[in-house]
Unconditional design. Structure first.
Length: 342
């Protein structure tokens, strides 16, 4: 599905030599719509680059961040509010967005062919990889097929869809406990399933939820069953090998996040941890391909850092295109301008 907004008149009045004769679909394809990708799109479109964002969702990790206290300009802000504000800005600039997953990129003499899971293909002068981290899957039969049909990776996003139901939370740690509490608040009966021996201290969940809560430690999920919707999960006890089926209306997988960059191996250089290696200008090992945010090898995975990297990658993409076309590059050192004015 495409979302596209009309470009505001005031932006049309800017010089647009980059729109000139070209049979390449876009100047920039941004992969990912977390804070890095959205910021990259703002900067790219303000340089009049024809910009397309392809993303599986809007917001990425910020969707599950209830309170951020270290983003400049806000004493405290929820991840969803921050991302909504940035998304509004992106929409006001008329950036095109496609909800899809990028599954491959090919380089044909400096023009990139970006391929999506739903079978779309786009050519672009540059690509900005900003696809962050992805929720870790259980990797069991039925999981992928029932994604969005009972299998969820975001309790904050999907809990309201489950009320007075039986749901399982798979995982251990603050993220899983928060999912348990949240789902309890919607009057669900909640199972907590995890492979460890420890048991959740009941004080960690609201008192009214405790009667509607059951825990299976030392247990793993073997399979997710259902057709149009999830029906049950198959569990295995690590303690005694017992296998049984548990009827549920939903499963919330809370196993943290992982870097999914294997599909880019050989295309751009990756670190041992699978992060995309970039230099200080957001350039990857392949000319014309830039990267930003948590997916890169830049340390300190933080929202403000991802946003900054998004800006750098977009301006570098602009300069790369300008260099190819013989146009003027951006000089982003304000001191020079002030000196000239004095
Ligand atoms: C629980 C939690 C709390 C946090 N708290 C804070 C905090 O208080 N302060 C702070 O500064 N930071 C915090 N962070 C870190 C911060 O959220 C991240 O650093 C930041 O959101 C990373 O942004 P990103 O755009 O690089 O990636 P992500 O947010 O991971 O976004 C990735 C985007 O790429 C998309 N995508 C993935 N794969 C593909 C694909 N193949 N094709 C198309 N699209 C794809 C996703 O759908 C998503 O839109 C927290 C993170 C978590 C998980």
């Amino acid at each position: 599905m495409f979302i596209s907004t009309d470009i505001d008149d005031k932006f049309n009045s800017l010089p647009s030599f980059l729109f000139s004769v070209s049979n390449v679909d876009y100047d920039v394809v941004v992969v990912g719509a977390g804070i890095a990708g959205l910021t990259a799109a703002i900067y790219a479109s303000r340089q009049k680059l024809r910009t397309l964002i392809i993303a599986k969702d809007i917001g990425g990790q910020l969707n599950i961040t209830p309170a951020i206290e270290n983003y400049p300009g806000f004493k405290v802000v929820s991840g969803s509010e921050l991302i909504q504000r940035i998304y509004d800005q992106v929409q006001a600039l008329g950036v095109e967005i496609l909800f899809d997953e990028v599954v491959g990129i090919e380089d044909s003499e400096g023009i990139f062919l970006v391929k999506t899971k739903d079978g779309y293909e786009f050519t672009s002068e540059t690509v900005i990889l900003a696809f962050g981290k992805t929720p870790r899957e259980m990797n069991v039969p039925g999981e992928r097929e029932l994604k969005g049909r009972g299998v969820s990776y975001c309790a904050i996003c999907d809990a309201p869809l489950f009320q007075n139901k039986r749901v399982a939370v798979v995982g251990w740690g603050p993220q899983a406990f928060e999912a348990v509490s949240l789902l309890c608040r919607y009057n669900n009966y909640v199972y907590l399933i995890h492979r460890g021996r420890s048991k959740l201290e009941l004080e960690k969940i609201p008192e009214k939820c405790r009667e509607r809560f059951e825990e299976y430690p030392e247990t793993i999920v073997r399979e997710v069953r259902g057709d149009a919707k999830i029906r049950s999960i198959v569990l295995e006890s690590l303690e005694n090998g017992k296998i049984w089926e548990l009827e549920v209306d939903g499963v919330f997988v809370e196993l943290g996040y992982e870097m999914k960059t294997e599909w880019l191996r050989g295309f751009v250089e990756l670190s041992r941890e699978g992060e995309i290696i970039v230099d200080m200008l957001g350039r990857t090992s392949r000319e014309g391909v830039f990267a930003a945010g948590d997916v890169t090898n830049i340390p300190y995975k933080q929202a403000v850092i991802s946003a900054g990297q998004g800006a750098i990658a977009a301006l570098s993409a602009y300069n790369y295109i300008q260099e190819k076309k013989g146009g003027a590059k951006i000089k982003s050192d304000w001191r020079e301008i002030f000196r000239k004015d004095v």
